[in-house]
Ligand binder design. Structure first.
Ligand SMILES: O=C(O)CCC(=O)C(=O)O
Length: 248
């Protein structure tokens, strides 16, 4: 459950990391499913970085009909996003991030709203919940955030390979004023972050994978104009903790 302190910390810093949001048993269930989940495995695509290394991503708009969809609909996820955005939310998209040992590449500094602005969301009123499926460390390319950068507003983004990177001069100016924080995260922890928070990650130089499941929610009042964007602005049919255990 999110507390008032979590919400205040999110508003000040643009993110909040909560340990043990999912139990070890729950993350083990997700990892076991992931191995054989052809919907996710067959839809992975590369996100090459500037050095020619790649993370892999599998991304979908509708809520999936499997254990990962159950997670996207759990009250701890949906109510968390509601508390942080202070209104009802709908499912924008969910995605699996894979950083394979020695292969997984870096992510440029960017804001997710750098992408989602172009999907015609009028306001930066989206939040992502990133569930660490493995321990995330600097060595395996954990997320790094620029603390408080969500308050800078939306920055211009340009293409960088398959990725969209924030204007480097702006990022450097913000780095002189704000702290860069690597978010080392234990498996099962949850990082909620604001769509204007600048974040990046390094390559995976370790022998261990770094996998994360990221559920993104949009404020119900913020549906895109012009028929663009992901998901549908409809209320989420919530799942239960028991569904998570029962959907093996
Ligand atoms: O998982 C990562 O290393 C980067 C993910 C990311 O930047 C994103 O999903 O927007």
């Amino acid at each position: 459950m999110l507390t008032l302190e979590h919400t205040l910390s999110f508003e000040k810093d643009g993110f909040v990391l909560i340990d043990d949001y999912f139990s070890q048993e729950e993350t083990a269930l997700l990892l076991a499913d992931l191995e054989n989940n052809s919907r996710i495995q067959d839809n992975k695509f590369d996100m090459p970085d500037a050095d020619g290394r790649s993370s892999k991503l599998s991304l979908w708009g509708g809520i999936s009909d499997d254990i990962f969809g159950v997670v996207s609909r759990l009250p701890r996820m949906v109510n968390g996003a509601r508390a942080l955005l202070r209104e009802d939310v709908y499912h924008w998209h969910s995605k699996l991030m894979f950083k394979e040992p020695k292969i997984g590449g870096a992510w440029e500094w960017h804001q997710d709203y750098g992408y989602w602005y172009n999907d015609n969301c009028p306001f930066p009123r989206l939040v992502s919940g990133m569930l660490a499926l493995d321990d995330a460390t600097l060595a395996n390319g954990c997320l790094q955030v620029l603390v408080g950068s969500h308050l800078a507003g939306r920055l211009e983004h340009g293409r960088s390979g398959n990725q969209s990177g924030a204007n480097p001069d702006r990022v450097n100016a913000l780095k002189e004023r704000l702290a860069v924080r690597p978010v080392a995260a234990k498996a099962g922890s949850m990082l909620f972050f604001h769509c204007n928070l600048l974040h990046s990650s390094g390559p995976n130089n370790s022998d261990l994978p770094r996998r994360a499941y990221i559920c993104c929610y949009n404020a119900m009042s913020n549906a895109p104009f012009g028929g663009k964007g992901h998901g549908k602005p409809t209320p989420i049919d919530m799942s239960t903790d028991a569904d998570l255990k029962g959907s093996e």
